[in-house]
Ligand binder design. Structure first.
Ligand code: ASP
Length: 328
């Protein structure tokens, strides 16, 4: 058990991806659309948390709602692979027990985060991929959908755009790492990453993290990013909980989530010092772009990103809620 002081104030933090979300091109309708979505999700997902519910339930609920919202690149609205298919990844971790579950390359589960939770709670494993993950989750009650449930016109245009522009066969793109000509492009969609995630602390001071993504537009079939890798795009222990968004390969190579926890545990760094080190010092050295949300066991929250913006929000109580897109 942790020797640290336990927080008595529940907090939920969410993100909907980071990237070059240009302040210039964002119109007020789009801004409101994203901000309202973040606020609604924070309010709904935190209801039980504020009544004594667990951090693990709060992050599951928040990520499920983010997956259901087509504005974000996870669940319904996920990006396309190079072969016009969808392969989704998700992970969840309970910091109080270090129990963890993840799924990768799933194409027929409505909410990959719930499947990750089933892996954590109902199997003796941590990670299941592909058909095995789908069969296991469905067997344990996960909702099955046909793959086109995830498809949206907007993401299809993104794929067509990257392929039409003569990008080489090895080119991939972070969610919106391509300009689209869509009228309903919510923001400057250049380089936006749309992975979603949540971290929380509950009344008992327990921490949890969850992350879910459609991955990269035009990714190779079979590619797995950082989001379902415990210790990279998702991590929680008794000190902190972290959920990442960004260039997955760089986040895997830096083992971002665990690196932050290790800096705190072995280097006595604060959550802010450790997170800033990874996002502003280490990632740029390997051309990594993105951000993360994190919370420590005292209730300190950080939301650093090295891109122009990151969709993010925090709720401390029903009356005390904050959402932002840019550095504001
Ligand atoms: N990190 C995700 C991945 O590489 C992408 C993202 O954050 O948008 O799959």
């Amino acid at each position: 058990m942790s020797q640290s002081i336990k927080s008595k104030t529940p907090i939920l933090v969410i993100h909907g991806g980071a990237g070059a979300i240009s302040k210039r091109s964002i119109d007020s309708t789009s801004r409101t659309q994203y901000e309202d979505a973040l606020k609604n999700i924070l309010q709904h997902a935190s209801k039980e948390l504020f009544q004594g519910g667990s951090a693990i339930d709060a992050v599951s609920n928040a990520v499920k709602l983010l997956e259901d919202n087509p504005l974000f690149n996870a669940g319904h609205g996920a990006v396309f692979t190079r072969l016009k298919t969808h392969e989704l990844d998700a992970a969840i971790m309970d910091g109080s027990t270090r129990a963890a579950g993840s799924v990768a390359m799933v194409s027929h589960l409505k909410n990959p985060i719930m499947a990750a939770r089933l892996v954590m709670e109902r199997s003796e494993h941590v990670m299941l991929v592909g058909k095995g993950a789908e069969d296991f989750a469905i067997q344990h009650g996960a909702e099955h959908v046909s793959m086109d449930y995830f498809s949206t016109e907007f993401r299809l245009k993104q794929l067509e755009e990257i392929q039409r522009n003569g990008h080489t066969s090895t080119r991939t793109a972070l969610d919106h790492d391509i300009s689209t000509t869509l009228n309903d492009a919510p923001l400057d969609e250049d380089k936006k990453m749309g992975t979603v995630g949540a971290v929380a602390i509950d009344l008992h001071g327990n921490l949890a993290a969850a992350t879910s993504t459609g991955g990269l537009t035009n990714k190779l079939v079979g590619r797995v990013g950082d989001s379902p890798i415990i210790g990279a795009g998702c991590y929680a222990d008794d000190l902190c909980a972290i959920s990442c968004t960004g260039t997955g390969e760089a986040f895997i190579r830096l083992v971002v989530g665990h690196s932050i926890a290790a800096q705190m545990r072995y280097g006595n760094r604060t959550l802010k010092e450790a997170s800033d080190d990874v996002i502003y010092e280490q990632l740029p050295k390997i051309q990594g772009e993105g951000g993360l949300i994190a919370i420590d066991n005292k209730g300190n929250v950080v939301l650093p990103f090295n891109t122009e913006g990151m969709y993010r929000g925090v709720i401390y109580s029903n009356q005390d809620l904050w959402v932002a897109i840019h550095d504001e």
